[in-house]
Design a protein around this ligand. Structure first.
Ligand code: NAD
Length: 477
């Protein structure tokens, strides 16, 4: 198959050669073959992109909302036709099963550009508060940094809102899965976006660090690991820019005592193993009543071994390879650590699955009788590894779920929806699903605690890109 080489960066509306630095290879994790190359951009490229974004800002911020919304809508509509091709591209760079790529990965711009066009149109840009005029304005130049697991979805959670709000953007996509971002740049250009409003610099952490520390960047919106998020927050502090962080998780699903296993086991596993277990909001801890622990573990084992065997992302498997060799090794180390600390290995393990020695494959792994102080229960493994933890009563389940440095997501399964919602309210986490995974891109999303700061999506996600100005004239109190 042909490689998808992207030798240029997108800066100021032009495709700019990246210089002599060797490019970054993009690897297909199912075959270990190079499928493309992108520039390894550095601080100078970031400087050029930020200058372009700054030069374009005033005019874009002054562009009528309706004109900005029309461009966004045009991109959303044009993207519909690209979904099958983009799904293939992302499956080749991330290893997401292609069926899942068609729904979870590729449609992002179709949905989100339309969504933010509608929000921008109906947004109350100016309000009167007791004689003060309260004006909402675009914050300025936005630096957007994204990870590899949902490379386009997460870009589309940021860029449409920023552009519709009137900001200009420099995007640094993940160096592991950067290819779809280039297609987005082409579409934005074709939709009539003025030069410099959107720019792409590919590269690794050094490019990201320059973007975060650049004094002409007004806001950073970052999605990635909590470890990187700490660096980003510290680097951004020097210029006191706004920082929006979407970070890691170690989310808990709670099976309440009345949970119907016939429904719950499959629903739980489809979320926990979604995108090969590499999802920030994966329910990687499963909390079960102690007196049903063995029964539930056995049900999980049967379903995992029969329906979730790893395989070719283009061959119908639900679980594909890990996205990179680094990622595979990291997960293997966690599995060994779990065994070393006494978690009971029910299925899976650290070895490569038989017949899948090429590619970064792992078997879905279940640990039983895990205690919440074990490394596998505390650290974000970011792979197909599930920890089953017993609890004695619902209060203890809440305490275990909340005993985590993270607070991104969670789930409650129960035959009693009201009881499940009451329990959801007690979880210190930004989102909770009842009886199975449901994602609403119109509702705010974002973590508590070390899972992040701020909200993406919905009106809150739009307001993240706005400043508020109060003009006083005739205040009456
Ligand atoms: P990562 O933190 O290694 O990298 C993310 C991005 O940040 C990449 O583009 C990388 O080049 C850049 N980067 C790394 N160090 C940087 C630094 N010091 N300064 C600036 N940029 C830097 O994360 P990853 O391995 O790509 O992605 C996996 C992580 O992302 C997991 O922890 C996962 O939970 C998290 N994630 C969170 C969400 C969410 O919405 N909360 C969504 C998806 C993924």
């Amino acid at each position: 198959m042909e490689t998808c080489d992207r030798p240029n960066l997108f800066i100021g509306g032009r495709w700019v050669p990246a210089g002599n630095e060797p490019p970054i290879d993009v690897i297909n994790p199912a075959t270990e073959e190079v499928i493309g190359r992108v520039p390894n951009g550095g601080p100078d490229h970031v400087n050029a992109a930020v200058s372009a974004a700054r030069a374009a800002w005033e005019s874009w911020a002054d562009t009528p909302v309706e004109d900005r919304a029309k461009i966004c809508e045009r991109v959303g509509k044009a993207w519909d036709a690209l979904i099958p091709e983009i799904a293939q591209l992302i499956s080749r760079e991330v290893g997401t099963p292609v069926v899942a790529s068609e729904t979870l990965q590729a449609p992002g711009p179709s949905i989100m550009f339309r969504h933010y066009a509608a929000i921008a149109r109906s947004y109350p840009w100016t309000t009167d508060v007791n004689g003060s005029i309260v004006v909402r304005e675009p914050i300025g130049v936005v630096g957007a940094i994204t990870p590899w697991n949902y490379p386009l979805t997460l870009v589309s959670y940021k860029i449409p809102g920023a552009l519709a709000a009137g900001c200009t953007v420099v995007l640094k996509p993940s160096e592991v899965a950067p290819l779809s971002a280039f297609v987005l740049a082409e579409q934005l250009q074709q939709a009539g976006l003025p030069d410099g409003v959107f720019n792409i610099v590919t590269g690794g952490p050094a490019a990201g660090e320059r973007l975060v520390s650049h004094p002409e960047v007004d806001m950073v919106t970052f999605t990635g690991s909590t470890a990187s998020g700490r660096h980003v927050a510290a680097a951004a502090a020097a210029t006191v820019k706004r920082v929006h962080l979407e970070l890691g998780g170690k989310s808990a699903a709670i099976f309440m005592p009345d949970t119907d296993l016939d429904e719950a086991v499959g629903a739980y596993l489809r979320q926990a193993l979604m995108n090969n277990g590499q999802t920030c909001l994966a329910w990687s801890r499963l909390l079960v009543p102690a007196d049903r622990h063995d029964e539930i573990v056995e049900a999980l084992k049967v379903v995992v071994e029969s329906a979730f065997a790893p395989g070719d992302p283009f061959g119908g498997a639900f679980v594909g390879p890990m996205a990179s060799k680094v990622q595979q090794r990291r997960i293997q180390q966690f599995i060994r650590q779990g065994q070393h600390e006494g978690a009971v290995l029910v299925t899976g393990g650290a070895d490569s699955p038989q017949g899948l020695e090429t590619g970064f494959y792992l078997r879905p792994t279940i640990f039983a009788n895990v205690s919440n102080d074990m490394t596998v229960a505390r650290e974000e493994i970011f792979g197909p590894v599930i920890c089953v933890l017993p609890y004695r009563d619902v209060d203890e389940a809440v305490a275990i779920a909340n005993d985590s440095p993270y607070g991104l997501h969670g789930a409650v399964f129960s035959a009693d929806a009201d009881a499940a919602i009451a329990l959801a309210r007690r979880l210190r986490t930004g989102q909770v699903d009842i009886n199975g995974f449901q994602f609403n891109v119109m509702a705010p999303f974002g973590g508590y605690k070390q899972s992040g700061n701020g909200k993406e999506l919905g009106v809150e996600g739009f307001e993240a890109f706005l400043e508020t100005k109060t003009i006083q004239h005739g205040v009456t109190t």
